[in-house]
Structure formats: C-alpha cells, structure tokens
Design a protein. Structure first.
Length: 136
C-alpha cells in the first residue's frame, strides 16, 4: 500500500526555498541567519508563512499556559523547524512530532542547515493522516 503524499506541492516549494538558502550560504551560520534568509526567500517565492508562530497546547480539552514556538508555519498547514547543527538527532525528530501531536497541523519539515556538504531534511506526517493497519 503506498502512502499518500500529503501537501506535496507545498513541501516541495518550501524545500526549494531551503535549498536556495543553503546553496547561497552553505553551512556554518547561526540558526537566526537561516531564519532571516528563509523569510526573504519565502517572500520572493510568494510562499505564505508565519515566522515564530506560537503553538497552543491543550490537555483533555483545556488550553495549557505552556506554548511552543515553531520557526515557521507555511501555507497555514506545514510546520518547519530549522536547525544549524552537524546532524539531526532523535530529540529533534521528537520536537517536531510533538508539535504535530499538539496542534491541528498535519505535516512538518525538520530542516538542518548545519550539515556539511548538503542540506539535511526530514518530513513528518501526523498520525491523524496515517491510517493504522491492524494485523492479527
């Protein structure tokens, strides 16, 4: 069974902008430099985005005081978490998965500009969009 590729065009556009920033700057800058550069690239490509969007979390239907801040939410659908580290680790994956779990957003991209020689990225889909398969 092939998994449906949710928000394919949107994630393709976002990653195109990320590759452009990486090709221009390379690795080695602080995350804030990539954040600002991506804002410029998203504007140039007419990609709708909110930078530093506050994500509210609820527990059993009650809104918590604790919030998360996503680096970007693009197209009002896709969370983008950027990093400038040597490689993505499980705790970075968990961060994005928690963002998806805590919100109504269904697709996320973890993008690492600190990886030498190439942009590193991973795409995540919320459990709400991935049907579970029961085996007996």
């Amino acid at each position: 069974m092939s998994e449906q590729f949710h928000f394919k065009e949107e994630t393709h556009s976002i990653l195109g902008a990320c590759f452009e920033v990486y090709n221009e700057l390379g690795c080695g800058f602080l995350e804030q430099v990539y954040q600002e550069s991506l804002e410029l690239e998203f504007r140039a490509r007419n990609i709708p985005f909110d930078a530093q969007r506050m994500l509210h979390v609820s527990y059993k239907g009650r809104l918590l005081e604790r919030t998360y801040v996503a680096d970007f939410v693009c197209f009002d659908r896709v969370i983008i978490e950027i990093k400038a580290i040597s490689r993505l680790l499980d705790e970075h994956r968990a961060q994005l998965l928690n963002y998806l779990h805590a919100t109504t957003l269904d697709v996320g991209l973890s993008v690492n500009f600190g990886h030498y020689q190439k942009l590193e990225y991973e795409r995540f889909v919320s459990r709400r969009l991935t049907p579970s398969v029961l085996s007996v």
